[in-house]
Design a protein around this ligand. Sequence first.
Ligand code: FAD
Ligand code: SF4
Length: 333
Amino acid sequence: MRLPRFDYLKPDTLKAALELLALHKDDAKILAGGTDLLVRMKNGLLNPKVVISLKALNELSYIKKQAGYIKIGARTSLADIIASDLIQKEAKALFQACEKVGAITIQHYRGTIGGNILQDNRCQYYNQSDFHRSGHQACHKAGGKICYAREEADRCNSTCQSDGATALMALGAQIILAGKDGERTVDLADFYTTDGIMPHACESHELLKEIIIPVLGAHSAYQRLAYRSAIDYPIVCAGVLLKPSPENEIEDARIVVGAIGRSPLFLAKASASLKGKRFTDMTAFKKAADDSMNASAPFAVHNVGATLEYRCAMVSRMVFQALEQAAFSAAKE
Ligand SMILES: Cc1cc2nc3c(=O)[nH]c(=O)nc-3n(C[C@H](O)[C@H](O)[C@H](O)COP(=O)(O)OP(=O)(O)OC[C@H]3O[C@@H](n4cnc5c(N)ncnc54)[C@H](O)[C@@H]3O)c2cc1C
Ligand code: SF4
């Protein structure tokens, strides 16, 4: 498979990159590690006239703690996140999620956290070669009028399979999007549109600059299910956060389920059910896990392999295991 022709631009400052984006807008695509973008281009799913590489922008590669927040530059590699003591200690769910992405030798070194949360949604009918797709009528995402994942659907139901997004949403992360004329801060939970064709609320002149995670003194964990422990995308995953009160009860909780539907799902009711509970209350964890399964089932789409019934049932298991792990880490302190 060959890449299509495009103009390759490699700005060496953020300012220059933003000017190029403002100039080329929809004709341009940003390249970070390229492990998602180049595969899609080779499969003929994307044909940008211009590719703007972030490879020279070392100013977007950092992990630091500042004023009660962990700040991560969008171009930081997954390998740097995995190696960071700060992330391992204060944002364990993110560490565990990055550790599980793709293959160590490729995705961990080339892949970036920005590219991870901005990777396109996927679908087993669509993310195929040109040749494979040419045997079928075009679906919504390819400009047609049919969806193979949900026959009755009038829109695309491709699935967000980002490990990083699920973990970061559980950690209550925000992101900074930069454009030539300024910046805006968005809660990651509001960044996913639930539109399978345009899954992110990122304008064509904007670039993801930084990810911000509040340091809450909380315990987090991430669990996922995939066919193989390496290389494969998750078919269901869960990120959780448990914040202790001074009395060592659960003061706040966040449960997020990923790889099940068009965007990661923050499950507010199931999360709230854990408030005031003890870290040893496995009955409450089991109930929250089952509630998470029931709340995510209506959003589940059958397009990443394995049956829908199995993936939904596994939501409960992933959430329970993640809660158990976060509680275990609280008990160790
Ligand atoms: C075999 C294989 C297995 C994989 N397994 C997993 C997996 O298990 N879990 C998982 O989550 N992912 C997986 N991936 C997807 C991908 O490799 C990773 O998500 C990786 O972290 C993407 O980062 P990148 O820097 O390479 O992104 P790129 O390919 O460079 O970019 C991805 C998208 O984000 C946009 N983008 C990148 N950076 C920015 C920015 N700063 N601002 C605005 N837009 C930006 C690009 O334009 C592009 O559309 C897999 C990929 C392959 C090929
Ligand atoms: S979910 Fe439906 S419309 Fe979307 S890519 Fe898959 S088949 Fe196409």
